[in-house]
Design a protein around this ligand. Structure first.
Ligand code: ADP
Ligand code: TYD
Length: 206
């Protein structure tokens, strides 16, 4: 099973990815975790370019192609082989991040982005996508707890950018049957329970 996690920065994805991994391991499943951008030697190099604050001259088209290039490599080098071996592959962000951030956030054509997804990932789509939804104010509160120097090139974007990204995710959740919207303001434990219930229900319908 291929599972992706999405949401604006600080929504709690990484926390939930780890809890889901622990649950699946307890169930004696084999699990492989990945995060985007990154996950292969080449993709990690692309990640450095993308998140480096010194690269503030980067135009949005370059940004889109770099995220897609990193993903194309990850799909072929890691995701497909692991899925073939029967692993649960859990990804902290996948292609929906590009639709939300580069499409809705930056304003690039969503139709063009979908065509690029077709080339970069082909048929390798998540079976289920958890969109952990938090209002921007909650993200800002959590972000304030982090020192500014720890924020990456994208995390320093202004609040209206994040409003648009969130709109993008809400749009995708209406379009895509694999999306499950989870209220990220709940406790970490409740969110984890909801995610496990969704996984169980998907497996029982397989
Ligand atoms: P992301 O990977 O989406 O950026 P993290 O999992 O790293 O998010 O969480 C961002 C911050 O919010 C961390 O400090 C984390 O401890 C905290 N956090 C995560 N989930 C919750 C939650 N449900 N309620 C309150 N704080 C949370
Ligand atoms: P990361 O440190 O992995 O953030 P997070 O822990 O919030 O996932 O940085 C990834 C950043 O890149 C994050 O701000 C979202 C952004 N991003 C895009 O803009 N487009 C994409 O396609 C992906 C995968 C990430």
């Amino acid at each position: 099973m291929f599972i992706s996690f999405e949401g604006i920065d600080f929504c709690g994805k990484s926390t939930q990815v780890e809890l889901l991994r622990d649950y699946l391991l307890e169930q004696k499943k084999i699990v492989h975790l990945i995060r985007e951008p990154g996950g292969t030697e080449i993709s990690e190099k692309i990640r450095e370019i993308l998140l480096d604050k010194k690269n503030n001259a980067m135009v949005m088209e370059t940004e889109l192609f770099l995220f897609s290039a990193s993903r194309a490599q990850l799909v072929r080098e890691v995701i497909r082989p692991y899925l073939q071996k029967g692993y649960y592959v859990i990804s902290d962000r996948f292609h929906d991040s590009s639709t939300a951030y580069q499409g809705f956030g930056r304003g690039l054509s969503v139709d063009a982005i979908i065509k690029i997804h077709n080339l970069a990932i082909g048929e390798t789509l998540p079976d289920i996508t958890f969109f952990i939804d938090i209002p921007n104010e909650v993200a800002i509160e959590r972000k304030l707890k982090k020192s500014h120097s720890d924020l990456d090139r994208i995390e320093v974007s202004d609040n209206t950018f994040y409003e648009r990204v969130r709109e993008g995710y809400l749009y995708l959740s209406k379009q895509e049957k694999r999306f499950r919207v989870i209220d990220g303001r709940q406790s970490i434990e409740n969110i984890n329970k909801q995610i496990i219930d969704e996984i169980k229900s998907l497996e029982s319908n397989k």
